[in-house]
Write a protein that binds this ligand. Sequence first.
Ligand SMILES: NC(=O)c1ccc[n+]([C@@H]2O[C@H](COP(=O)([O-])OP(=O)(O)OC[C@H]3O[C@@H](n4cnc5c(N)ncnc54)[C@H](OP(=O)(O)O)[C@@H]3O)[C@@H](O)[C@H]2O)c1
Length: 501
Amino acid sequence: MRMNVISPFVMVIFGATGDLTSSKLMPALYHLLEQGILPERFFIVGFARRKLTDLDFREMMKEAVAKTPSVKNIDLNIWDKLSKNLYYQQGFFEDRSPYDALIPLLATFDKEIGACITRFFYMATPPSNYSTILNFLDETKLSEGCGQGSSKWTRVLIEKPFGKDLDQAKQLEEQLAKTFDEKQIYRIDHYLAKETIQNILAFRFANQVESLWNKDYIDYVQITLAESGGIGKRGKFYEGVGALKDTGQNHLMAMLAYTTMEEPENMTANEVRKKRIEVLQQIKRTEENRVATDVVRGQYGALKMGERTVLGYRQERDVAANSLTETFVAFKLFIDNSRWQGVPFYLRTGKRLSRSVTRIDIQFKNRESKLFKQFQMENHQSANLITIRVAPQEGITMKLFAKTPGFAYEIRNVDMDFSYRSTFNREIVDSYEKILIDSMTGDQTLFATASGFEATWQFISSITRVWEKQPPANFPNYEAGSWGPKEAEELIERDGRKWMA
Ligand SMILES: NC(=O)c1ccc[n+]([C@@H]2O[C@H](COP(=O)([O-])OP(=O)(O)OC[C@H]3O[C@@H](n4cnc5c(N)ncnc54)[C@H](OP(=O)(O)O)[C@@H]3O)[C@@H](O)[C@H]2O)c1
C-alpha cells in the first residue's frame, strides 16, 4: 500500500546537533522524501546550543546523511529537496529569547503555506532538558500553534528515557498534561515501531501457534538486547542512568509486552495499547530479598588486544573514575496472570558485549512422545525453540526435531527459517521513519503510554530501591567484548538453563 503524501508541517527539533538527529532523524526524513511521502515544502527547525547559520546546519546534516549506512550514495536531487526545508535556531534551552525568536519564524511558515500548519516539537535532548523546554513552550504559547488555543494543531514527541524514576516520570506526565491533551503527546520507544516487534502480533495471533503460547507449553523465555559498542561520546548522558533505565525500562519491556500480551479486539491504538498496559501491570515486582539473586548488574572493564586497548567504562569521556553506573543488567521476572503463572522470563541488556544482537527466544517444553522416547534425542534442549531475531538478520527461526536422512530412524534438531531479506524483496521500514509518519498521521498505536511507563517504572524501582542501599563492590566486573559478568551466567544456570545468544 502506498502512503498518501503528508500535508505541509513544521517540526522543531530540540537538540538538533546531537547524535539522534544526525544518525536517525535526518536519514529518516531523507528516506521519506525519497519515497515521495513528504510534501515538497515542509519546515524542519533545528534548535541547539552551538552557533550555526541555516547554511552551516544544512551542511552538517548533509554530512550526517551521507555517512548513514542505509543511504550509501547520497542522491543530490533528494538532498536538495530536504536541504531547502532546513532552518536553524541557535539558543540555550534555559533562555527565553530563542523561543521568542521561534514565534515570528513559525508564523512566516504558516503565512507561506496560507494555513495554520501542524507544529511538531521533537525533544531530541538529554531528558534533564525536557521540563525546561516544556515550560517555555507553554509560557510563550508556542504549544498552542497558530490556532491559539482552539485548534491545537501541535504535537510533542518525547524521547526515552522518560524520566529517571517513577517520581520523575509522574512529574513529567503532570507537566505534559498541563499543556497538551493526550492526543497531542507521542512518547517514543522506537522498539515499539520496529518491524520485527510489530510482526509479533501477526506471528502470534494470525497463526495457530497462539494456542501453544502459554505456561502449559512454554518452558521459559529469554530476551537479549546486546550492544558491542560502548557509550562513545554519550558519557554525560549515560552516567547515573545506566543500562537498566536506558534500555531495560523501555526497549526490553516493549519486547516483553508484545511477547506476552493478550490478543487485542482490533488494531486500534486504544485497544492495542490497553493490552500492552495490562500485561506490564501484571509483572511481579522483585521482592527486596530476591534482588541479590534475581538481578545482576555489571560494568565493563578495559580489554587489551595486542597493541590496542578497548577502554573500560571508567576511562570513557565524561565518566567518573570511580563510577558505579551499570553498563549491563540481567534479571529474571514473572508475570502474575493465568497465562504465564510460573514461567520465568530472563532478560539482559548491556554495552561492550561480545556482539550486537537483539532477540527473543521462546523455549517450549519437550513433548512427551510415546513414539520417540526410545530414540536418543541429540541436543535435546535445543529443539522446540522459536527465536525472533529483532536485529540483525531480521526474521524468525523455529528449531524442531526432524528425521535425519538414511536407513536408520534417527532424529535431530533442524532450523526452519523465515528471513525478511530473502522473503520480502524490499528493505525493512526503519523505526524512525515509522515514528515520524505515525506522528504526522496522528496514529498513536506504536507510542508508549503513561500507564505503561508507570507500570515498568514500578518494576524497575523495585530493583533500584535495593541497589541504592547496596552499591556494587566489584565494578568493573566484566571484560569488554565478553558476555557480561559471570554472575549473569549463574543467574540462569542455577535454573538448569543457558543464555542462547
Ligand atoms: N543517539 C541515539 O541513537 C538515540 C537513540 C534513541 C534515543 N535517543 C534519545 O534521544 C535523546 C537525544 O540523544 P542524543 O544522543 O542525540 O544526545 P546528544 O548527542 O547528547 O545531543 C544533545 C543535543 O542537545 C543539545 N543541548 C544540550 N544541552 C543544551 C542546552 N542547554 N541548550 C541548548 N542545546 C542543548 C546539544 O547541542 P550542542 O551539541 O550544540 O551543544 C545537542 O544538540 C536522548 O533522550 C536519548 O536517550 C538517542
